[in-house]
Design a protein. Structure first.
Length: 319
């Protein structure tokens, strides 16, 4: 099979049939063999009924329904797990991603040999304050921390070589930084393509203030994982040792000063009256905690991560 189209969605009943018709028109006109996988991330409208109707009419369409909203990363995770195509295309279900981009994305993977092509919505039709500005901040920070010179990490329209999606783990809310996950997994042939972006035709955006905050927290997480994910002791252990020995040296200096004054018969304040006593004590305690954090992190890495991060209530189509 040439193509798998993976589409996570939440409450997009108005756009699904139109999106399906558009995708199929493009795929059939280019003679692609394909599957389309819709992942309903706990929709409360009629999205799942529409997916079932489409799947009943087209055996290439498959649907997965979560029993509640788990998030886009979890939807992509299960979609990647089920995808069988040689090239996997992801896109959003709100009609803002243009299916006409699919053939060129496919060619870039198969002919040019890229591992991942990320869409770049150079001209956007979103609200400046709610999406455009946060997106620019995210992308600038992601470029700085990851070293990948992409303009739009969070674009839903991407193309992947099959090996990439089978060897990365999209969890939490890391869907924003899949190119970084791919790079960390050893896939270096990553590029971008300017894609057409369209104004939302139906419904409303799912973007909220919490996603702005979560995006930056996820960026910090992925920076840490890329640098120290396999060896947390290298960060926490090093910080712990430095802080502990700083506190130890400060305590030794205080003790030495006390003994020196006593030896020379000088009046001396109590050790506990010296503010450096408390600084050294707190520093040694924090250093010990950092070291223990690194040690526990190493132990956790040696246990398997919980994989069952969502519950599927129904499926449709032949997987």
């Amino acid at each position: 099979m040439q193509l798998s189209i993976v589409i996570p969605l939440l409450n997009e009943e108005e756009s699904l049939q139109e999106l399906y018709n558009w995708i199929v028109k493009v795929l059939r006109s280019n003679s692609f063999s394909y599957e389309i996988i819709f992942i309903d991330d706990g929709s409360t409208d009629n999205s799942w009924k529409i997916i079932q109707q489409i799947a009943a009419e087209d055996e290439a369409v498959k649907g997965i329904k979560f029993n509640r909203n788990y998030g886009k990363s979890q939807a992509l995770h299960v979609g990647f797990d089920k995808a069988q195509g040689d090239v996997i295309i992801t896109m959003d279900a709100d009609l803002q991603d243009n299916p006409e981009e699919i053939p060129e994305l496919y060619q870039l993977i198969t002919t040019e040999g890229y591992d991942l092509i990320s869409g770049w919505k150079k001209k956007r039709y979103d609200s400046v304050l709610s999406k455009n500005l946060p997106s620019k901040l995210f992308n600038a920070a992601a470029r700085k921390t990851s070293g990948l010179k992409l303009h739009d990490f969070n674009c839903g329209l991407k193309a992947y070589k099959k090996a990439v999606i089978k060897n990365i783990d999209v969890y939490g809310e890391m869907h924003r930084y899949i190119p970084v996950l791919a790079k960390n997994a050893g896939y270096s042939k990553i590029n971008e393509k300017v894609v057409q972006h369209q104004a939302r035709k139906y419904g409303k955006t799912k973007f909220g203030v919490e996603r702005f905050i979560n995006g930056f927290l996820d960026l910090i997480t992925i920076w840490f994982l890329s640098k120290f994910g396999k060896r947390p002791m290298h960060l926490f252990g090093a910080l712990g040792i430095l802080m502990f020995f700083f506190g130890l040296l400060a305590a030794a200096w205080i003790g030495g000063s006390k003994l020196y004054k006593l030896y020379h018969g000088e009046a001396s304040i109590l050790v506990t009256d010296n503010p450096w006593f408390y600084i050294s004590l707190v520093t040694m305690i924090i250093g010990t905690l950092f070291f223990l954090t690194g040690f526990l992190g190493e132990l956790i890495l040696r246990s398997s991560r919980e994989k069952d991060r969502y519950r599927i209530s129904q499926t449709t189509g032949q997987f």
